[in-house]
Design a protein around this ligand. Structure first.
Ligand code: HEC
Length: 110
């Protein structure tokens, strides 16, 4: 892995640790691809999808919860809920997924 990539990873982690915005460094498009691959079995991940096999909350609903922040979702994903399979997500992937969910909000997160 090139050194500059490692550095970028470290910076994302540092920003998250300081309470800075993970979303700024994250790639929502990549998060969308990950969501379709890993999350769509249980969650509605975008408006083109109309069926899942579970009652997991749609990402659109998660994005519009009043206490939503990409940081919270990223940290949630690094320590998954018991009902969710334990994904081997890297911090970058968790941040990208969180940024993707954030991008579903009608109004940008502060
Ligand atoms: C095997 C089914 C399953 C898969 C796959 C899955 N989830 Fe979930 N997820 C759930 C269920 C069920 C809940 C609701 C848990 C609860 O509220 O008790 C949930 C809850 C969540 C929540 C919390 C919602 C809230 O109310 O705060 C987030 C965020 C989330 N999932 C993101 C993801 C992401 C991102 C992926 C893909 C990497 C994913 N999930 C894959 C089943 C799944």
């Amino acid at each position: 892995m090139p050194a500059y990539f490692r550095l970028a990873q470290v910076l994302v982690v540092a920003a998250a640790g300081l309470g800075g915005s993970v979303a700024l460094a994250a790639d929502a498009n990549h998060g969308g691809e990950l969501a379709k691959r890993w999350c769509a079995a249980c969650h509605l991940v975008d408006s083109t999808q109309n069926q899942t096999s579970t009652d997991a909350p749609p990402f659109d609903a998660i994005a519009h919860k009043s206490d939503f922040t990409p940081e919270k979702v990223a940290f949630f994903l690094l320590d998954p809920h018991p009902k969710m399979p334990n994904f081997p997500l890297s911090r970058n992937e968790a941040a990208d997924l969180a940024a993707y969910i954030g991008s579903l909000r009608k109004y940008p997160v502060q």
